[in-house]
Design a protein around this ligand. Structure first.
Ligand code: C2O
Ligand code: CU
Ligand code: CU
Length: 490
């Protein structure tokens, strides 16, 4: 029988020998030998190992916008799609071909656009030589459609996922969630945008169409030939913007809406435009009650932030850059070209947050990494993930407060972004004080600093009963066990 130990071991294999996983649909087969297991906790000392990287001239590739997926047909209430999951090659670094895993052949999968109240059905066909599955991150979906880490699509098979889109407009994303392999699969390209729009949003005059641009940010490590290296996270020094290393984007001298997603396995982006104001309008779960001007945005793995940037004042003043800290990652070339007059604006008020009902249950979730063993084990409340164990039972309709604690201290002060499936929450406190201004809005993923804590509140207002995950959204940590199960009960 499966036991906890086996799952932890299986998880660890994904960290090292990931390129050649002989898993062919049978998660019970003995795991392959563990290579590079010292990478597992990424505790620091291994940083020197295999720091190979490519050199290239930045800002020579144009940033693509992932194509919108076309439905194969439509019924009265459903848009129907098929999307193959397949190996492919992509030019991520100028002049180099990189073997990748893709949705529909694209390193950043095609964007699926949905509307609140209209259903989406996507049939994913697994053309890989290993199992996969698909999780809609941020989606309010039934447990059968959530991409449970043990609920897989074997190689050669297909599976339809149903998404009701009974939720607010928001920037979601879809990605692999195969237990133990999720980190490897996401790293190699199994990620794409899923955008929901609704009436409330359409009422506004936000930049739309070609001026509403999803931008996936992540890092990667390449060898000289352009192959992805799945090693120590600190060596992933190449930043990919919609799947291109440090690209440029021609923009018109007008307002743009950018939907920023951090799909890196482990990275906190410190986004800025060198002091140019960015108007933050939305978080993971959709529009804020009101826009806020920021000059810096911290975006941790799994999080989304939407901004509006007005390029009009910058026409004729040379390029602008989006920076991660000091590192320019995307160049904007401002021109008048294709700039019809800009009728968009950002209203003073957007969409109010749902009122917080009084909480009747309080829980504590402690995230920690056991570094005394090799490979390390990820823990929530002292236990690694066990697919046969329900960690938390939650009454349908209940309002709960969770105090998320990061117990990792020196010499391994890991940070952990905490993610809940099924629902968005609101952050009501941080580090024993009030939330930070940037914690405002509906969230499903929240950064928890080493030794820090975050209080979240949510109402399990859902028609669905069953099991869902909550976990650290550094997939290398969840693969090592930092993941648990909640069960919604009547
Ligand atoms: Cu984006 Cu369970 O994760
Ligand atoms: Cu999720
Ligand atoms: Cu973590």
């Amino acid at each position: 029988m499966l036991n906890r130990r086996r799952f932890v071991t299986l998880g660890a294999t994904a960290l090292g020998g990931a390129a050649v996983l002989p898993l062919t649909g049978d998660l019970l087969s003995p795991p392959p030998p563990i290579a590079n297991a010292h990478h597992a906790g990424h505790g620091g000392s291994a940083a020197a190992v295999d720091a190979t990287n490519v050199t290239f001239t930045p800002f020579t590739q144009r940033m693509p916008v992932p194509a919108t997926l076309r439905p194969s047909h439509k019924t009265a209430d459903t848009d129907i799609y098929t999307l193959p999951v397949r190996a492919a090659e992509a030019e991520l670094v100028p002049g180099l071909r990189t073997p990748v895993l893709t949705y529909g052949g694209q390193f950043v999968g095609p964007t699926i656009r949905a509307r609140t109240g209209r259903r989406t059905r996507v049939t994913f066909t697994n053309e890989l030589d290993r199992p996969t599955n698909v999780h809609l991150h941020g989606g309010h979906v039934s447990p059968e459609n959530d991409g449970h880490p043990m609920d897989l699509i074997p190689p050669g098979q297909a599976r339809a996922y149903e998404y009701p889109n009974a939720q607010r407009a928001a920037t979601l994303w879809y990605h692999d969630h195969t237990h133990g392999l999720e980190a490897d699969h996401i790293y190699r390209g199994l990620h794409g945008f899923y955008l929901i729009e609704d009436r409330a949003e359409r009422r506004f005059n936000l930049p739309d169409g070609a001026y509403d641009v999803p931008i996936m940010l992540r890092n990667a490590q390449f060898d000289e030939d352009g192959a992805l290296v799945f090693g120590h996270p600190d060596n992933r020094t190449t930043i990919l913007v919609n799947g291109k290393a440090q690209p440029y984007l021609p923009v018109a001298a007008r307002r743009y809406r950018f939907r920023l997603l951090n799909s890196a396995l482990k990275h906190v982006f410190r986004l800025n435009m060198g002091g140019v104001p960015m108007t933050k309008i939305a978080t993971d779960g959709g529009l804020l009650p009101a826009p806020v001007e920021r000059t810096e945005l911290e975006v941790s793995s799994g999080e989304r932030v939407e901004i509006v940037v007005d390029f009009a004042p910058h026409l004729g003043h040379g390029p602008l850059y989006l920076y991660d800290g000091e590192n320019p990652i995307l160049r904007f070339d401002v021109s008048r070209a294709h700039g019809r007059s800009d009728h968009s604006d950002v209203p003073d008020n957007l969409v109010p947050l749902p009122a917080l009902a009084a909480a009747t249950v309080e829980r504590t979730m402690v995230m920690s990494m056991d570094m005394s063993v090799r490979p390390p084990i990820g823990l929530i409340n002292g236990r690694p993930f066990d697919p046969y164990r329900v960690d938390t039972q939650i009454k349908q309709g209940a309002t709960e407060i969770w105090n998320i604690v990061n117990a990792d201290v020196s010499p391994f002060p890991f940070d952990h972004p905490f993610h809940t499936h099924l629902l968005q929450f609101q952050v009501i406190g941080r580090n024993d004080g009030p939330p930070l201004p940037e914690d405002a809005g509906l969230k499903d993923t929240v950064y928890v600093s080493p030794m820090g804590s975050v209080r979240i509140q949510m109402t399990f207002d859902t028609p669905y009963l069953g099991r869902y995950m909550y976990h650290c959204h550094f997939p290398e940590h969840s693969a090592l066990g930092m993941m648990a199960q909640m069960e919604i009960i009547p």
